[in-house]
Design a protein around this ligand. Structure first.
Ligand SMILES: Nc1ncnc2c1ncn2[C@@H]1O[C@H](COP(=O)(O)OP(=O)(O)OP(=O)(O)O)[C@@H](O)[C@H]1O
Length: 258
């Protein structure tokens, strides 16, 4: 088996910067992510974590700097093109279709992957694709443990279950790289406990690279292969969880903010 440090780099962030007026939310951030890694992004409130995810997924254009994935430039592409490169995400503020069922929320995302167009209508493949989308949506709901509630409106789900539904929806686009923005937020203690095994299972089963923003420190430390720490937009530490946790700059950043 290839050692983690020898696996190919799948994301290269170089000097990524984003200014909002006079505020530098992300300041000259560079790092690599390797295939199959579970890579954590932590930092105090307002450190720039979500802005960095937004830069990486086309929601916010960078002021300067680049992100490439397997030689392809990601920065400058709109979100759907970024998704087309196999980079999918969930959101800190959940973005489900609250008035649709759990099944339809996932199905809508699988549809983005099916080849819509004239030819499928002409050759009558639309129904087959519809059935395939439905089958895949059921599989993904099963994976996140929600298939017995497939017909319920997303709005009726607990916060923790909505997060799981968001993960199912992100997986429906068949990503190679999955970005999770605070996956444990709103989950109860037992759900948080199960999340580590779940994220590992998803990574292994779908052959994914996973990046996650998370405030729940035990989850980050127990789950991530490497952790990057942002503070006031700057990358102040990167490495394995134990060494990052001991880093005086990281301790200072967290204690200084209390
Ligand atoms: N669209 C925007 N316009 C102006 N300022 C913004 C915008 N988005 C983010 N910011 C600012 O950029 C900084 C970084 O915010 P960001 O949400 O990325 O931090 P974060 O680390 O994700 O924080 P949290 O952990 O609280 O979610 C904050 O000062 C925030 O107010």
């Amino acid at each position: 088996m290839t050692a983690p440090g020898e696996r190919p780099v799948v994301l290269e962030a170089r000097h990524m910067t984003r200014r909002f007026g006079g505020l530098v939310a992300v300041n000259d951030v560079s790092f690599d992510v390797r295939e199959g890694e579970i890579f954590g992004l932590i930092g105090p409130n307002g450190a720039g974590k979500t802005t960095l995810f937004n830069l990486m997924t086309g929601l916010t254009p960078p002021s300067s700097g680049t992100l490439t994935s397997r030689g392809q430039t990601v920065t400058g592409l709109p979100p759907h093109r970024v998704a087309g490169l196999g980079i999918s995400r969930t959101f800190q503020n959940i973005r489900l279709f609250r008035g649709l069922s759990a099944l339809d929320n996932v199905k809508v995302a699988t549809h983005r992957q099916t080849r819509a167009g004239l030819w499928q209508g002409v050759f009558g493949t639309a129904q087959a694709e519809e059935r395939q989308a439905e089958r895949r949506a059921w599989e993904l709901l099963d994976l996140v443990g929600l298939s017995d509630r497939a017909g319920e409106l997303a709005a009726n789900f607990s916060y923790g279950d909505q997060r799981k539904l968001e993960i199912a929806r992100a997986l429906a686009t068949e990503p190679r790289i999955l970005l999770l923005d605070e996956p444990a937020a709103g989950m109860n203690t037992s759900e948080k406990g199960q999340l580590t095994a779940f994220i590992r299972e998803v990574r292994d089963r779908f052959d994914l690279t996973v990046l996650l923003i998370e405030h729940h420190v035990p989850l980050v430390m127990g789950l991530c292969d490497r952790v990057a720490v942002l503070n006031f937009g700057q990358l102040i530490a990167i490495g394995d969880p134990a060494s990052v946790q001991r880093d005086p700059k990281v301790i200072e950043a967290y204690l200084g903010g209390e």
